[in-house]
Design a protein around this ligand. Structure first.
Ligand code: C2E
Ligand code: CA
Ligand code: CA
Ligand code: CA
Length: 271
């Protein structure tokens, strides 16, 4: 029994070592990727439900690895968040997407609002606010055209440093969104205190609203609550015409999802 135990230990040891090595390799690859053009922003349309028009785009980072192909942000963003790398990546996304959207404004007359995701760790980065200010100043993108999305769980950490950063960002004139709403535990009071502009209902609440009265009732109450504190409501993950019709009926302001448009490279989306 003893030797079997030791064998098992060694097995776990090897597996763990391999996992760590893979991780380290990927982290190194990710560092290189930032500087070698393997990272690029995809853009997903955000549609106004009253007019049916595209009013904005959400930037969603993509990694085309030279050996492993497409790697999902669900995999590499958490890895980047374990180190300072997320701040490097975040700054790249800000620069690249504001530049691209500013060019669409001046070159094509497209007045779209740009949504950029911020990781919780970026809120602790003293260089974040200057980086946002620089990106706007350099590209000439109007601050009101930029919305920074922060997840509900990141916003609810309730550290005074994060609150300060959020208010500094607001002073720049950029808008703030609470992302993945419904997956955390924020109260109406907290929502009010944070002075946000937009609330994004998490996809898990949208899936199935056309089939389930209970699911629809939950979304109805989220919309009512958000409107009560003057937030624009965006539904994420709209995959069917039925979901879209129902959301419009419920008074949801905007929506995104595969039914309205998948995330695409700028060249494809705006061709
Ligand atoms: P998120 O901000 O909640 O973005 C929405 C995710 O849902 C995206 O996944 C999008 O491609 C996907 N999606 C959109 N419509 C549909 C739909 O109809 N059905 C389904 N099943 N999925 C849909 P993606 O692109 O894989 O990104 C995953 C997450 O990675 C994002 O979730 C965000 O948290 C993070 N992320 C992506 N880009 C960045 C970035 O530049 N910075 C940071 N900090 N995080 C990012
Ligand atoms: Ca988002
Ligand atoms: Ca989301
Ligand atoms: Ca999410």
């Amino acid at each position: 029994a003893k030797s079997r135990g030791r064998g098992r230990f060694e097995f776990f040891d090897v597996a763990l070592r391999e996992r760590m090595q893979r991780r380290l390799r990927m982290e190194q690859d990710l560092r290189d990727a930032v500087h070698s053009g393997q990272l690029w922003p995809a853009y997903q349309p955000v549609v106004d439900l009253r007019t049916g028009e595209m009013v904005g785009v959400e930037a969603l980072l993509r990694w085309t690895h030279p050996k492993h192909g497409a790697i999902s942000p669900a995999e590499f963003i958490p890895l980047a968040e374990e180190s300072e790398l997320i701040n490097v990546l975040g700054k790249y996304v800000l620069r690249d997407t504001t530049r691209e959207l500013a060019a669409l404004r001046t070159g094509r007359g497209l007045d779209l609002s740009l949504k950029v995701n911020l990781s919780v760790r970026q809120l602790d980065d003293p260089h974040l606010v200057p980086a946002v200010r620089d990106a706007l100043a350099t590209t000439g993108l109007p601050p009101g055209s930029l919305t920074l999305e922060v997840t509900e769980s990141a916003l609810m950490r309730d550290t005074s440093a994060a609150a300060e950063v959020l208010s500094a960002l607001r002073s720049l004139g950029v808008l703030l969104a609470i992302d993945d709403f419904g997956t955390g535990y924020s109260s109406l009071a907290q929502l009010r205190r944070l002075t946000l502009d937009t609330l994004k209902i998490d996809r898990s609440f949208i899936t199935g609203i056309a089939e389930s009265r209970d699911a629809a009732a939950i979304v109805t109450s989220i919309i009512a609550m958000a409107h009560a504190v003057d937030l624009t409501v965006v539904a994420e993950g709209v995959e069917t015409a039925e979901e879209l019709a129902l959301l419009r009926e419920l008074g949801c302001d905007q929506a995104q999802g595969y039914h309205l448009g998948r995330p695409l490279a700028a060249a494809e989306l705006f061709q």
